[in-house]
Design a protein around this ligand. Structure first.
Ligand code: NAD
Length: 362
């Protein structure tokens, strides 16, 4: 890997201010500039950020896909220029995946790149988006189309900050954690599957550690996504197609529901490909468990998404997926729990069959 970030997690028993103990633990000069999710401007659970804000060193950024644009990146760059940010100064980016994607991108290109710290505040960002160095924005309606792969210098997590997340944002993170277990850590999956309902973040610190460790390991061995890192796309080809169809219908579809439904479909496809009965049963059991959590958390939204997602509309989105090659749609399959195979060709007939066995009964 081009450069190894320093990973710091604030101990859960810490009694100091959120994130603060982690800043000190890095034992290096601290960020001078901050790009921070606007959410923290109102609630201010991170006390020390308001001090930096009073000194004009914080750019407050609205979270969400609409902000992930070149126009918004330009606003951040403009702010850095006008404030006189120097090449030897550090930028700390604090927020969920959308704020980190944009903020770390801006810090990566300003004066050809400043030192930058990734400080995730959502469950999804803590186990996934905040790790791995993929920074960027959406372009011409295409998700994450412009960007860089440049590792942050520091990844600093404080799980106590996750306690204010709403149920949907916990679901979004939980689904990515499930994915990490299914593709690369069967023990993590075994621990997670025993939960009847999705626990609150304060009750799952050990699981968060394990899920983040999977992402760190995959990025460490394949930073440029030539092979192994592709397994992180498990469930995402169908998931992104569901998101695109929902967006075209002007419907809001949380990422966790889209990826959850995508993983259920890919698990059925994977089960159809194996000749080993035990593996097949394990894969179908995983699909049923994910369906259970989705229906528990968001029954109406799951049903309406399935009703309004035409198979052919999904397939045309899948044909536009940026992971495809000359052979067509490429998907990640599981050979068994904890083992993924990437660059697997998926035909329309296979997709239609696995979609109907996965979701036909809902
Ligand atoms: N770079 C990568 O490798 C990578 C990987 C996965 C996802 N992503 C990107 O991540 C984004 C999704 O990230 P996300 O799910 O974190 O969404 P997000 O950044 O939009 O945050 C979701 C919501 O949570 C709020 N929030 C943030 N921290 C909070 C806290 N501690 N308490 C309460 N509310 C809080 C935000 O204000 C926002 O309303 C997508 O744009 C996706 O493309 C990137």
């Amino acid at each position: 890997m081009s450069q190894k970030p320093t990973y710091i997690t604030v101990p859960s028993e810490s009694t100091g201010g959120l994130i603060e103990a982690g800043l000190e633990a890095v034992k290096r000069p601290q960020p001078h500039w901050y790009i921070v999710d606007k959410f923290f401007q109102q609630d201010q659970p991170i006390d020390w950020v308001s001090d930096a804000a009073n000194e004009g060193r914080v750019f407050w950024l609205q979270a969400g896909e609409a902000s992930k644009s070149l126009a918004c990146t330009e606003k951040v760059l403009d702010w850095l220029v006008k404030r006189g940010a120097k090449r030897d100064e550090i930028v700390g980016v604090i927020g969920g995946g959308s704020v980190l994607d944009l903020g770390l991108f801006a810090a990566s290109i300003y004066q050809r790149g400043l030192e930058k710290w990734s400080i995730p505040t959502t469950l999804l960002a803590t186990v996934d988006a905040g790790i791995g160095g993929k920074n960027g924005v959406n372009f011409l309606g295409l998700k994450n189309y412009i960007g860089t792969i440049i590792q942050p210098d520091v990844v600093l997590s404080d799980y106590r900050i996750l306690e204010t997340l709403n149920a949907v944002d916990v679901l979004n993170g939980w689904m990515e954690m499930i994915k990490h277990g299914l593709i690369a850590d069967s023990e993590l999956w075994q621990r997670m599957k025993s939960f009847e309902s999705i626990p609150r973040p304060q009750s799952m610190h050990a699981l968060i550690d394990a899920a983040a460790a999977v992402k760190k390991r995959l990025v460490q061995s394949d930073e440029r996504e030539k092979g192994l890192r592709k397994s992180l796309n498990f469930g995402h080809t169908v998931g992104h197609a569901l998101e695109s169809v929902a967006a075209a219908q002007k419907k809001d579809l949380p990422h966790g529901i889209a990826v959850g439904l995508g993983m259920v479909c890919s698990l059925h496809w994977s089960a159809n490909r194996t000749s080993d009965d035990t593996n097949r049963n394990d894969l179908i059991e995983a699909a049923n468990r994910i369906r259970h959590w989705l229906l528990l958390e968001a029954p109406e939204q799951v049903k309406s998404t399935l009703e309004s997602s035409e198979l052919k509309a999904l397939w045309s989105c899948m044909q536009m997926d940026k992971k495809n090659n000359a052979q067509g749609v490429q998907e990640v399959a599981l050979t068994k729990i904890g083992h993924a195979a990437w660059n697997q060709h998926l035909s329309f007939t296979e997709f239609a069959n696995s979609w109907s066995s996965a979701h036909g009964t809902l």
